[in-house]
Design a protein around this ligand. Structure first.
Ligand code: MTE
Length: 312
């Protein structure tokens, strides 16, 4: 993601193989939160994805196994802390996530500020999503959360609202990366309203049936699985309904590299690297990248009549 002119994927992205060769240790969890709670009660940490005859491994709808808890929580992009993917977990360990409020407003009938507990009170679902980073690595992640559409329905967007803008936490005391003058903090992102209303767009509160760890965006983040990972903002504090396409951090830094739409597309390349293939964390062989990250059926209607090349 770094915007230096060096025409290669940053070296921080090249992970020592041994660190991620845990694929045979797939976790024992089958039933998401319920099973996790049960295991936790027995003092067992449900951190691996080991298939047994009783408890099959967690798979996504394409039959791809979930990455391990260890992988998902120790290989992160979170520039407010550091650009070192393997250093985020440690730096974020003491990040305070309570009290926490999310202000939802702008062009809505019922603006409202939610405490994190009120957001956790929305009916939570387990969803196993692929995450494809614009840097060409990917994971499969068992999230817990609820559709963003459910929250938006409560605040009732006005007919003039066309986009949803997300603002995230700026905590100078606990986020050392905010000292970097290269980024226009806070980290911001946006979606078109109809994208935000798509059932796949998930507000995430947990991972592997447990509370979301700080390095993965606690206490609340977005997962937009058909778009590059940078759209899936962490530590959300504000959601605004707006009329104009909002400014976003990566688009502001380099508009020619990080478009507003950022739909996963193996045919539209980043100016500095190909998007045709990706490296699944835990694997050595590269795999082909799928259009819309494999979610074409659910989202292609959103882009009918639009060029995916000019609206990259
Ligand atoms: N959200 C914030 N606030 N800050 C970030 O640096 N990085 C993004 C996204 N959300 C980022 C963020 C990028 S580039 C990716 S790929 C995903 O988070 C990574 O999520 P993960 O670390 O949970 O895998």
């Amino acid at each position: 993601m770094k915007t230096s002119k060096i025409p290669s994927i940053p070296s921080s992205e090249i992970t020592p193989e041994g660190v991620y060769l845990n694929r045979r240790q797939f976790m024992k969890l089958a039933g998401g939160a319920g099973a996790a709670a049960l295991l936790a009660a027995c003092g067992v940490q449900p951190t691996e994805n080991v298939a047994t005859p009783e408890t099959p491994a967690l798979l996504d709808e394409l039959g791809e196994p979930a990455n391990t808890f260890e992988q998902i929580t120790h290989y992160n992009n979170y520039y407010e802390f550091t650009t070192d993917k393997e250093g985020v977990a440690n730096l974020a360990e003491d990040f305070p996530t309570t009290p926490w409020q999310v202000e939802v407003g702008g062009l809505v009938q019922n603006p409202r500020t939610y405490d994190i507990d009120q957001l956790r009170a929305f009916p939570q679902e387990e969803r196993i999503y692929r995450l494809r980073c614009v840097e060409a690595w990917s994971m499969v992640i068992p999230w817990t959360g609820f559709p963003l559409a459910k929250l938006l329905a409560e605040v009732e967007p006005l007919t003039s609202a066309r986009y949803v803008a997300f603002t995230t936490k700026m905590d100078e005391e606990h986020m050392p990366g905010l000292k970097s003058p290269f980024y226009p903090w806070p980290y911001t992102e946006g979606l078109r309203l109809d994208e935000a209303m798509n059932d796949l767009a998930l507000l995430v509160t947990g991972l592997y049936g447990k509370d979301l760890p700080p390095q993965d965006g606690a206490p609340i983040r977005l997962a937009v699985p058909w778009k590059y990972g940078f759209k899936s903002v962490k530590s959300i504090v504000k959601i605004d309904l707006v009329e104009e396409m909002p400014e976003t951090l990566w688009n502001t830094v380099a508009a020619n590299e990080y478009g507003f739409y950022a739909n996963v597309n193996p045919d539209v390349h980043h100016p500095r690297w190909s998007q045709a293939t990706e490296r699944r964390i835990g694997e050595t062989k590269r795999r082909e990248t799928l259009l819309f990250n494999g979610y074409t059926e659910q989202v292609s209607a959103l882009y009918e009549g639009m060029s995916l090349y000019s609206n990259f």
